[in-house]
Design a protein around this ligand. Structure first.
Ligand SMILES: [Zn+2]
Length: 153
């Protein structure tokens, strides 16, 4: 899912969390986690296409899925699970709970918008598939925007 939609969703959910729990920490953590999880795309774009790159190129690469391999280190159900366990074990500490909600919301949106396989957002599953983009996001195979057809330099 694209950044503006993640931002709008995270702002809305953070506002709801604040209204319900009256916690700025929870709301802010949810907002930050829900948006900045996508920073891991910079790592993948840099690894695949080299540094430095321009913002326009970055969004083109991401929106068209121009990757041979994709790691997305922060995009994993495993992080949602671990943050949920951490929130539970700390008696639902507001900022940890906010991170849990922010990560979870982001991944649910990504999973249903970008893939036809919920496993695409499992870090372990992607690792087992060698982080091979076309295997992980097999629904995007037919895209006309192929990596090799669109040199980025
Ligand atoms: Zn994302």
């Amino acid at each position: 899912m694209k950044l503006p939609y993640h931002a709008a969703t995270s702002i809305t959910i953070s506002a709801v969390l604040y209204m319900v729990f009256k916690s700025w920490g929870m709301a802010l953590a949810c907002l930050i986690a829900g948006i900045f999880i996508d920073l891991d795309h910079f790592i993948d774009v840099g690894r695949e296409h080299g540094w430095p790159f321009k913002v326009k190129k970055f969004f083109r690469v991401c929106n068209k899925g121009q990757f041979h391999r994709i790691v997305l280190i922060f995009h994993g159900w495993e992080w949602v699970f671990l943050s949920g366990i951490a929130a539970w074990m700390t008696n639902w500490t507001p900022w940890i709970t906010g991170v849990f909600v922010g990560l979870g919301t982001h991944l649910v949106l990504d999973a249903f918008h970008n893939s036809n396989n919920l496993l695409s957002y499992s870090l372990i599953w992607r690792w087992k598939k060698g982080f091979h983009f076309d295997t992980i996001f097999s629904n995007l195979k037919s895209t006309k925007y192929r990596y090799k057809d669109t040199p980025l330099n």
